[in-house]
Design a protein around this ligand. Structure first.
Ligand code: ADP
Ligand code: MG
Length: 697
């Protein structure tokens, strides 16, 4: 059956085309203007839009609507209301008002707020973000909304993202004006997030409480075959996975999500999906929907989709590459080297702004990808290290070098070009050698931020990226606006900033031990874990950055810091509780049963009176007994240490305790469990093994 993809695409989205078709002209125009200018929607306009939306949604089979939002839990939230409204005579009609479209009032008291919202004012409100289209999912009209407290503090991940985009817009437009550009009205950032995931059969998933409760396996011995043959990456996609991917594409296309590329990844059972890039806030909404759809569709195919950063030890974990660029409303990519020297001067200024931002705020960028799950990846030779650096590639590095030294740049054809602000070099497009080991790589016309974990919303890293680059641009604009001679001021600025931030540029192997040492010599920061990184959030420098650029207020920063810390230790606590319960009941049970079997064989042999040895059984029993002993001891220690948590302590102290004590207790308990798994026969071992899970499809 051939499918009409263009017809399918966006069929569940109340997009521009539908609005144009269904809204009266004046209403359509008013809505467009509100969107373009970022204004509030007038109620009379909202009423008409709501009515049209409802009619459209009902035609598509919807019965409910919801304000779809992204609280700080990291997942999306929705509370469904039906369109029904009672009529005399026991009938109902389907209604949806402008007020219901524009604003909702979910009870906010059960969402994390980090102390922002005292319980006596538990109500928060959701407000439509008209820059993100409404869509239908599961017979429900979903209205993308921002979520705030009544005093206007952001309680979600969308509000700061929109604010950070505004900050960057403002500063980038200032810079463009300096280059004589008067056409551009808005500058936006664009993102294409590549999403990695694992698929396993539902039957094995259901038998692993650790996967169910924590998203990752808490133990499991290495399977005989891992990823060493490198035969899975880009390998032929198995029919069952292929069927899944097809349906996933279709579901995403219906929602207007530009699912583009799909392939097998490095680890067995690991795959990737990449969309065509879009505006950052849309890309963020779409990535949340993509993750949700990945799970939903997997369920329909008898599979479970794992989005955790490290579902299985010993094989690669999952990340999310955040391809990021800056674009104008006139369609120009500001990180694209241009054809003319003046375009290149502008490009170099934006490039320098990014380099400066990454260097100045390397710790904040590191923090933006910190989570309990991602701690398993960063610095673990499969993902970039926790050290931030920028990869530019040879060509661009040469250009930067020559600017810095104030000497002429020779390009590959050995053409001599004089470096002054007016005659900047012609920069050839994308000859960059892809460096897979860099956390932040320039890839021709965009940067690829590669440190993100697979589960997290991309909002956080992009809030920080947008804001730090906005800050660089604002400093540049301040300086250049005052200059009498723009060209020489630009020349001076570029040289000075590139010299000052050169240390962040690194084109070598980011996975090597030498880089860790070299980075230390360069004075780059290396925050190894989430607890090391989180305090950066409340440093004066961070607070100043965010308040100056109007992205977070100080109290929003403090609340987010609390939430991140709590989230971190609660995650490890759930893991510890899960591991305890699995080890105590079924693993201990299996260890006892195994010893009993061995003892029985041993006794039976002895009882025969025949002169046979029972040395093997003796050895096996001794080993099983000592492992069981170790299991009991380490389990006791973990349990006791969990009990010792001082809940009245400061959140950072609790988080540190979980990292230093609980996490390492869990690792040492895991070691014994993995050793036991290797010796205990499969019919006694209570859980699916790594081999059974990784090769379940
Ligand atoms: P690859 O990195 O696999 O070679 P591409 O470079 O084509 O593939 O793209 C990777 C991702 O980067 C895709 O999601 C793509 O849409 C995105 N991307 C491409 N251009 C931009 C841009 N200007 N801004 C943001 N993302 C982009
Ligand atoms: Mg990739």
């Amino acid at each position: 059956m051939t499918k009409n993809v263009p017809e399918l695409f966006g069929s569940m989205v109340f997009n521009d085309e539908v609005m144009k078709e269904r809204l009266p002209k004046d209403i359509y125009k008013a809505l467009q203007k509100t969107i373009a200018d970022g204004l509030h929607l007038q109620l009379d306009v909202a009423n008409v839009v709501a009515a049209a939306m409802k009619d459209w949604a009902i035609e598509k089979g919807a019965t409910h609507f919801t304000h779809w939002f992204q609280p700080m839990t990291g997942v999306t939230a929705e509370k469904h209301d039906s369109f029904i409204s009672p009529e005399p005579g026991g009938k109902v009609i389907m209604e949806f008002s402008g007020k219901e479209l524009v604003k909702g009032e979910p009870d906010a008291s059960s969402f994390p707020s980090g102390g922002l919202r005292a319980t006596f004012e538990a109500r928060g409100y959701t407000a439509w973000d008209p820059t993100s289209y409404a869509f239908i999912k599961d017979d429900t009209l979903c209205i993308p909304t921002a979520f705030c407290s009544y005093s206007g503090e952001a309680l979600d991940k969308k509000t700061p993202l929109l604010r950070s985009m505004q900050a960057l817009d403002k500063q980038a437009v200032r810079v463009l004006r300096l280059f004589g550009n008067t056409d551009v009205k808005r500058v936006i950032t664009t993102v294409g997030p590549e999403q990695e995931y694992f698929l396993i059969d539902q039957s094995v998933y259901d038998k692993r409480p650790d996967l169910i409760y924590t998203g990752r396996t808490l133990f499991g011995a290495k399977p005989p075959k891992g990823q060493e043959l490198e035969d899975h990456y880009f390998g032929t996609i198995k029919p069952r996975v292929s069927e899944y991917m097809k349906e996933l594409d279709e579901e995403l296309w219906k929602l207007g999500i530009l699912a583009k590329t799909k392939h097998n990844e490095v680890a067995p059972a690991q795959h990737e999906l990449a969309p065509v890039f879009s505006t950052t806030n849309i890309a963020t909404d779409h990535n949340q929907l993509t993750m949700e759809m990945m799970k939903t569709v997997a369920g329909r195919h008898g599979m479970a989709c794992l989005l955790h950063e490290k579902p299985f030890a010993g094989v690669n974990g999952s990340g999310k590459h955040n391809n990021w660029s800056i674009s104008t409303d006139t369609g120009a990519n500001l990180l694209e080297p241009g054809a003319t020297p003046s375009q290149n001067a502008q490009f170099l200024l934006f490039l320098t702004a990014v380099i400066k931002a990454v260097d100045d705020y390397q710790e904040l960028l590191r923090l933006s990808v910190a989570s309990a799950g991602n701690d398993h990846r960063l610095g673990a030779n499969e993902a970039p290290p926790a050290i931030m650096s920028v990869f530019l590639g040879d060509e661009l590095s040469d250009v930067v070098d020559s600017i810095e030294k104030g000497v002429d740049y020779h390009d590959k054809e050995k053409t001599l070009m004089s470096i002054g602000a007016t005659v900047l070099p012609h920069i050839p497009k994308d000859t960059t050698d892809r460096n897979r080991t860099s956390p932040f790589a320039f890839t021709g016309n965009k940067f690829e931020f590669r440190s993100l974990g697979s589960t997290a919303s991309i909002s956080g890293p992009n809030v920080i990226l947008n804001t730090i680059v906005a800050e660089s641009l604002s400093e540049f604009a301040d300086e250049l606006e005052k200059a009498e001679d723009f060209d020489s001021a630009l020349d001076k600025l570029l040289r000075r900033e590139l010299v000052a931030h050169k240390r962040i540029i690194f084109n070598g192997n980011g996975y090597s031990e030498e880089w860790v040492e070299e980075a230390e010599r360069r004075g780059l920061s290396n925050l190894k874990s989430t607890v090391d990184a989180l305090p950066v959030f409340i440093q004066d420098k961070t607070i100043e950055l965010f308040t100056k650029n109007k992205v977070y207020t100080e109290s929003e920063i403090c609340s987010r810091y609390e939430i991140l810390l709590e989230n971190y230790y609660k995650t490890i606590n759930i893991e510890a509780m899960t591991l305890i319960s699995m080890a105590k009941k079924d693993i201990m049970g299996a260890a006892l049963e195994y010893q009993y079997t061995l003892a029985e064989v041993f006794n039976a042999k002895q009882a025969t009176g025949v002169a046979v040895t029972a040395k093997t059984e003796e050895k096996m029993l001794a080993k099983a007994a000592s492992l069981t002993e170790a299991l009991a001891e380490r389990l006791d220690k973990l349990e006791a240490d969990v009990d010792k948590v001082d809940e009245s302590a400061d959140a950072l102290e609790i988080a540190k305790y979980y990292r230093e004590v609980i996490f390492s207790d869990m690792s040492s308990l895991r070691e014994v469990i993995d050793d036991l798994e290797v010796v205990i026969p499969s019919d006694i071992w209570p859980y699916p093994t790594y081999g059974e899970m990784l090769y379940s499809i």
